[in-house]
Ligand binder design. Structure first.
Ligand SMILES: Nc1ncnc2c1ncn2[C@@H]1O[C@H](COP(=O)(O)OP(=O)(O)OP(=O)(O)O)[C@@H](O)[C@H]1O
Length: 300
């Protein structure tokens, strides 16, 4: 049985809004580590949020399962979603529903308040996972005596990651959260996640735009464009020869670059055939906003 399986998933963010995911299907084996690659807006976060049970889908024939369980009916234990919000970090397990609810109300003021990291981590159950928490404190180089209101964004992110990862997961849904980590901490974190996945058979899906230092991490890579897979999750090998044979490029970075160039060409072709274009506009008539702001521009 696949650890994660999705069949015929189409999802729109609202009535009348164009779908962000179109007829997605995927199957990921236990212990796999998949990198989702795609331009901004490709649908990576939406897919991860649906897998995390954070977005409801209408009954349109889609089937979304983790560990064999339908994520909308019987949410499986052991799934962790790490996004950019603090309350994302409380495990999706129903056991934590009340903690998640209070976290979503109270977390943002708390994490910027005058609370010491050790107390903060205990307040979200850190004492239950001491051994793993301590390992993460070392890896993420976090000082238990830091005051949450007096640390940098990157340091706050590190505390956030300790909190999110201290409970062992079976499936980790990771929506780019390493952007403000320094490269050494990021590298140590990726090593930890890889080792953790290998030793416990945990499955990871990771959406990112940072491919440096990631070549040895995934077991699979996938390419999303306009809410669909252009390349389904496909086994990845860090051997240059195998990567060239399968994907036509030597490194993950080169593969991603090629895929994103393909995406841009694809979009430009769509624009040529009538889709609304992006980028600078060569308007002859000034827009209403330009006329308005020019009129009240006292700087000149
Ligand atoms: N809350 C929302 N309401 C309406 N549309 C949304 C909402 N969130 C995302 N979308 C749209 O859904 C599409 C997919 O967005 P999504 O955030 O999943 O992309 P992504 O691949 O994660 O992008 P990025 O790399 O920028 O994070 C985009 O076209 C986006 O405009």
């Amino acid at each position: 049985m696949d650890e994660v399986s999705v069949t015929k998933l189409t999802f729109s963010h609202g009535p009348g809004v164009a779908p962000s995911l179109v007829d997605i299907s995927l199957n990921l084996p236990t212990g796999s580590r998949t990198i989702l690659i795609g331009a901004n807006g490709a649908g990576k976060s939406t897919l991860l949020q649906i897998l995390a049970g954070k977005r409801l889908i209408t009954a349109n024939g889609a089937d979304v399962r983790i560990k064999g369980k339908d994520v909308f009916r019987e949410y499986p234990h052991g799934v962790t979603f790490l996004g950019t919000e603090w309350y994302d970090y409380i495990s999706s397990s129903p056991k934590n529903a009340s903690l998640r609810a209070s976290a979503s109300r109270a977390m943002n003021p708390v994490v910027r308040g005058d609370i010491v990291v050790s107390q903060f981590l205990d307040s979200v159950g850190g004492y239950r996972y001491k051994e793993r928490r301590d390992r993460l404190l070392d890896i993420l180089d976090v000082d238990l005596d830091w005051h949450m209101h007096a640390i940098s964004d990157g340091e706050r992110r590190r505390v956030q990651l300790v909190m999110g990862l201290m409970q062992a997961f079976d499936v980790l849904l990771l929506d780019e959260v390493t952007v403000d980590l320094d490269v050494l901490v990021r590298d140590d974190l990726l090593k930890f996640l890889k080792e953790d996945s290998e030793s416990r058979g945990a499955t990871i899906i990771y959406a990112t735009h940072i491919y440096d230092g990631l070549n040895d991490f995934p077991t699979h890579i996938a390419h999303m464009r306009l809410g669909a897979f252009v390349t389904q999750p496909t086994p990845w090998s860090s051997s240059h020869a195998t990567a060239v044979a399968t994907f036509g490029a030597r490194t993950l970075y080169d593969v991603a670059l090629q895929w994103l160039k393909d995406d841009r060409d694809f979009r430009r072709n769509l624009e040529k055939s009538g889709r609304k274009a992006r980028g600078a506009r060569i308007d002859v008539v000034p827009s209403d906003s330009e006329t308005f702001y020019k009129k009240y521009d006292y700087a000149h």
